[in-house]
Design a protein around this ligand. Sequence first.
Ligand SMILES: NC(=O)c1ccc[n+]([C@@H]2O[C@H](COP(=O)([O-])OP(=O)(O)OC[C@H]3O[C@@H](n4cnc5c(N)ncnc54)[C@H](OP(=O)(O)O)[C@@H]3O)[C@@H](O)[C@H]2O)c1
Length: 322
Amino acid sequence: MSLSEYSTPLSYIGLATVSYITYKYTSQATTFLLPSTLKSRYNPNLKANWAIVTGATDGIGFGFCQELCARGFNVILHGRNAAKLEKRQRELAAEFPDAKTGSLVLDVQALKKDDVDGIADQVRLIIEKGGGGMLTVLVNNIGGETKAAAMLSELTYEDVDATFYLNAVFMTQLSRVLMPVLGGNGVPGLILNVSSVAAIGLPYITVYSGAKGYVESFTAALSAEMKAEGKNIEVMALKSAEVQSGGYDVPTSLFVPTARTLASAGLNRVGCGREIVWAYFWHWVQGISMDVSPRWVLMKFAAMKLKAIREWMMEKEKRKKA
Ligand SMILES: NC(=O)c1ccc[n+]([C@@H]2O[C@H](COP(=O)([O-])OP(=O)(O)OC[C@H]3O[C@@H](n4cnc5c(N)ncnc54)[C@H](OP(=O)(O)O)[C@@H]3O)[C@@H](O)[C@H]2O)c1
């Protein structure tokens, strides 16, 4: 076979590949243009329904509370610090005088069976006291790690345990106990799980990465289970790259939104028809570069970036102590 005889099949393969890639990314991009179904599906009678947000006293969690109130929801804030929760409730009341709020105090790292199994009753009581309505949205936002960018061998038993509790255990247990409370009377329920770019498996944040991988796999499994059982509960995971937040106080840029911008973008994705999505457009663009780069290149870059974050965090700690 001469060289020219190979060119026709090769050009077909090339054309098919380019067409597939164009279709894949164009169809992903167009989902950013779809209108959110958050209000029409989960809060059809404005101001009547409730959302609960975990890790709501700072960063993206508080951003979700602000943006849910802006979309007419009443909100239950979860956190571990009662004073901080009250302060955040006052801030919401000042910005959204019509919204009702409640709080759930629970330290996720000291989670006990009885604490978890009592949450559904606590939530019912908060809603009753707040004038009634339905819980239709659960935002499993809480997450993070105990030591920023550390090697696995540098973590203690407690560090590993805490990271799983923060990112995976609490969201699983909370989804389990709140599922019977979510939605009703023909109104569906929505579970939003906050994931991370780290779900692809990044060095120096191994446990966090693994836990976020769990978040995405759990989301896909639960979503399939709801569909198989004909249950009216939508389950989505919102992926995110860098965001300026309480725990990650970096300068904002096109690729680093504020916590509130990220939360708003995430809520705008509801109803886009996909289970695991990038919340924010410019993170999706970053995600494409990750898809097309060889893993070794990506990991080399990730290792450099995470080592720099580690140095920066250590400097910050030193300055705080001085
Ligand atoms: N920021 C980013 O760049 C980024 C990127 C990708 C994904 N994410 C994900 O986005 C989510 C939110 O991250 P974030 O950066 O916004 O977090 P953050 O600013 O550090 O806020 C964490 C929230 O969780 C609460 N919390 C921490 N430990 C707790 C515990 N043991 N019990 C109860 N509450 C506890 C904090 O309460 P206190 O106020 O009492 O500390 C705070 O409300 C996480 O799932 C994270 O993995 C973040």
